[in-house]
Design a binder for this molecule. Structure first.
Ligand SMILES: [Zn+2]
Length: 476
């Protein structure tokens, strides 16, 4: 059914900036404080209180804009977005409207269907958050927590560029990576520091005009992004295939039932009556200020991925895994700098290291130098790969030098031909039938003998050397 239709999705993402204080006052912006404890006359909107922009928030917003390739405008304007809602004491939110901070950026991401795709960033502006209505605090009553009122946000708006719910999710994860790399936000959807609204429409494959769109809200975890958009896409297709028309409206996603329902029209505000905020002069940024933010941006994931492919001869997929998290990327490079071969180090980091990090909150537990040493022991024939994995687990758990740990565990490979010859004789002595068959030309039995020697040595024999000793003995 979905094959005859094309999905068109655009995303509006609100991201909480990582600042100590709020956007226009000195109140703490921390999450999780007792309700209504981080408030003052400014964020409560008491008469006479005046807002003062938070410089650190502006720095982070400019860095985000530059990281997303936007043009940062030297002059932008704060505007009031008016609407009535219990969690908005001022009756308006300070935002930016006609003259936003930044426009015309782009973000490349790895589309599951189209390879490297590019999303256009139409605009990025600064605004303050509203408070929170709590419906589960008291039975049949709504409570208001104004701690979030005035917390600094950026809103990142894309064009209608995504062709599937999966693409939208991939873009979102890529955006999260960029913002985390640059220290702009913790992007924790569960804590509400990254929130996404989506515009969704469908059209017959091949059509160029856009279908009527709906806005999907209330998507509050990465896991739900794809689900919510899929539900809404399928709903629209079903309406159109049934001969109906899609109404332009706001849909709320309910993760418990994995369904969408139209927002009651009472909850909607069509006309925000934006106008420039008379309490705030236009935001004027000097060239030096903008240039300085550029120098403070680290190497971003896409750049790092390209560099890893080129410098370490890794596949794009491997490079993408290694650069998904800045700490992991730095760790990988430290292992290589400590002397490990690049491809082998990549395999270790993508398997044992990430596996271990997933299960332990203390992160990357084996020091890069120790992992490089361990990789060297395998390369030199001292440890089998299997044994090295045991040593890795032991070093992660209890620390120590890989070589000492390997010796303590008794897993160092035996490369002493005299000792090996003993195991070889033992094996050949107990498998006389196979020896005769081998000598009659069934040479593929060699691997059987190697296996038996490994068994006899309880895994400690160096398999390559064991094979050589076997070949010599069988030839005589
Ligand atoms: Zn305040």
């Amino acid at each position: 059914m979905a094959g005859a239709w094309e999905t068109v999705i655009g995303l509006e993402t609100h991201v909480q900036l990582r600042t100590v204080s709020k956007m226009f006052c000195g109140c703490s912006a921390a999450f999780g404080a007792p309700p209504n404890s981080n408030v003052c006359p400014v964020c409560l909107g008491l008469p006479g209180a005046l807002p003062v922009p938070n410089e650190q928030a502006l720095k982070l917003a400019v860095r985000a804009a530059l990281g997303l390739g936007c043009t940062v405008h030297p002059r932008s304007v704060f505007a009031r977005k008016n609407y009535f809602y219990p969690d908005l004491p001022k009756g308006y939110q300070i935002s930016q409207f006609e003259q936003p901070l930044a426009t015309a950026g782009s973000l490349s991401y790895l589309s599951p269907d189209r390879g490297v795709a590019t999303a256009t960033i139409q605009r990025l502006h600064v605004e303050e958050d509203a408070g929170k209505s709590l419906h589960d605090r008291f039975p049949k009553q709504t409570a208001i927590d104004l701690n979030r009122c005035g917390v600094p946000l950026i809103e990142v708006v894309t064009g209608p560029d995504f062709r599937s719910p999966h693409e939208a999710r991939t873009y979102l994860l890529t955006l999260k990576q960029v913002l985390e790399y640059a220290g702009i936000s913790d992007c924790d959807m569960e804590k509400g520091s990254l929130r996404v609204d989506a515009n969704v429409s469908v059209r017959r494959a091949g059509e160029t005009t856009l279908g009527t769109k709906t806005e999907v809200k209330n998507i509050n975890s990465f896991a739900y992004v794809e689900k919510a958009l899929t539900v809404e896409r399928d709903r629209q297709i079903a309406v159109l295939e049934g001969g109906g028309t899609v109404a332009q409206q706001t849909m709320l996603y309910d993760s418990k039932t994995n369904s969408v329902r139209p927002q009651r029209s009472k909850e909607e505000s069509h006309d925000y009556r934006y106008f420039p905020d008379p309490d705030l002069p236009p935001l004027v940024l000097t060239e030096e200020f903008i240039a300085e933010q550029q120098t403070l941006l680290p190497e971003l994931p896409a750049k790092k991925r390209e560099r890893f492919v080129e410098k370490y001869a890794l596949s794009v997929t491997d490079a993408a895994v290694l650069t998904a998290d800045r700490a992991v990327a730095d760790y990988y490079e430290a292992v290589v700098h400590a002397g490990a071969e690049a491809k082998t180090a990549a395999n270790w980091v993508m398997t044992e290291v990430l596996e271990d990090a997933k299960d332990h909150a203390d992160g990357l537990r084996v020091a890069p130098g120790a992992l490089a040493n361990l990789i060297g022991l395998v390369r030199g024939g001292t440890l089998s790969h299997q044994a090295a994995k045991r040593v890795f687990a032991e070093v992660a758990e209890r620390g120590g030098e890989p070589r000492n740990v390997a010796e303590a565990l008794g897993v160092v490979q035996v490369a002493d031909t005299g000792v090996l010859a003993g195991w070889v004789s033992e094996v050949l002595g107990t498998h006389t039938t196979e020896v005769t068959r081998y000598k009659q030309g069934e040479t593929r039995l060699l691997q059987f003998f190697v296996g038996q020697v490994m068994k006899a040595s309880r895994g400690k024999a160096d398999p390559k050397l064991a094979q050589r000793v076997l070949e010599e003995k069988l030839a005589s």
